[in-house]
Design a protein around this ligand. Structure first.
Ligand code: BGC
Length: 348
């Protein structure tokens, strides 16, 4: 069978290779890969900046935004051949830390977690894969075309859950949401914002292509003006930052509503130092009771929340988020950004 593989930390080593088909262990499902989404993390791994092969192996099967169809399921697993499933990305650390011991592996404290297709375990970018039944999530057959969006949706479902828990420390009735970055994470964050009845604003650099129409399709406002103008105009109660661009991050942290909550989801690649008035920044955060926090990954509870959010969303809007579908033999094209793409998916 064929799989998308890479030698981690070796730039340009991604290829479609012949690999041995996996054998399902006890309690595992054997799954035919349907599709895999490609995100910024996959591109970072392809550039040689990130990623780790399983112990003792040189190559890593890529892919953590999965969708597959069950081929074999052990009795009593709750799954049957033909079911559509998505595999969970992270596994708890072996110690386990207090968070992992409680199923909150997305909040792992010792960093020894593993992640399928990213850190220490093979991913789902293969024509066949296995997954522990406890880490498989069933997908409604009607969501087949967009099921690959579940994993990025879990990341924003977690972000929203944490925003609401932080907000719950005091009276919390947010009205305005600003999302910075109209990539898949930003758009899904905006979708969940509209599902909460918020006045949603999305900021991005590009003024053309699929993004403005997708934002309009949510009934949200699209902005391409400088971030300082947009924050001054909107004064958001909640910001979900999904660019990782230093100037955008600084602006949204400095300029939001009183008791504003800023959730950072974009991973920046360190860059030139910028002069920041840290004192003024601190003063603003303290005197307004603001909260700035980072959010990554998701646990099983968030997979459930994300599945509900996708089920409630307009199916054709979700389909329009997938701007490029490539067959496996053209998979390498997915690692070259494609103009105003939103989400690229590889059909397996
Ligand atoms: C994935 C997360 C993962 C993170 C860091 C993201 O692309 O969606 O599940 O935790 O990368 O490895």
């Amino acid at each position: 069978m064929r799989a998308l593989t890479v030698t981690p930390l070796k730039p340009g080593s991604v290829e479609v290779s012949e690999v041995e088909p996996p054998v399902a262990g006890e309690g595992e499902l054997l799954v035919d890969g349907v599709a895999v989404g490609v995100c910024g993390t996959d591109r970072e791994i392809a550039r040689g900046d990130y990623g780790e092969a399983p112990p003792g192996e040189e190559r890593l099967v890529l892919g953590h935004e999965s969708l597959g169809r069950v081929r074999e399921a052990p009795p009593g697993s709750g799954f049957a051949p033909g079911d559509l499933v998505v595999g969970v990305v992270r596994r708890p650390d072996p110690v386990p830390c207090g968070a992992c011991a409680r199923g909150e592996f997305d909040m792992c404290r010792n960093g020894r977690f593993t992640e399928r297709g990213i850190k220490g375990v093979h991913g789902y970018g293969a024509q066949r894969w296995t997954v522990e039944a406890d880490y498989a999530v069933g997908i409604d057959p009607e969501l087949e075309r967009v099921g690959v969006l579940l994993e990025p949706a879990t990341v924003v479902a977690k972000a929203w859950e944490h925003i609401e828990r932080i907000g719950g420390r005091s009276w919390f009735e947010p009205r305005r949401l600003l999302v910075t970055g109209a990539g898949p994470i930003g758009l899904l964050a905006a979708l969940l914002g509209t599902q909460r009845g918020l006045d949603v604003h999305v900021l991005d650099r590009v003024g053309a292509g699929a993004k403005p129409g997708l934002v309009a399709g949510l009934g949200a406002a699209y902005h391409t003006a400088p971030v300082s103008e947009v924050t001054a105009r909107t004064r958001p109660d909640v910001v979900i930052e999904a660019t990782g661009a230093p100037d955008v991050v600084l602006n949204v942290v400095a300029d939001n509503a009183r008791a504003g909550i800023v959730c950072l989801t974009g991973v920046s690649s360190g860059g030139p130092r910028t002069g920041v008035d840290a004192g003024a920044l601190n003063r603003g955060i303290v005197l307004e009771n603001d909260v700035v926090f980072g959010s990554v990954n998701a646990n099983l509870r968030h997979y459930g929340l994300a599945a509900l959010a996708l089920a409630r969303a307009d199916r054709s809007w979700l389909e329009r988020m997938i701007t490029r579908r490539l067959p496996l033999d053209r998979a390498l094209e997915a690692f070259e950004p494609d103009g105003d793409e939103v989400k690229t998916v590889i059909d397996l």
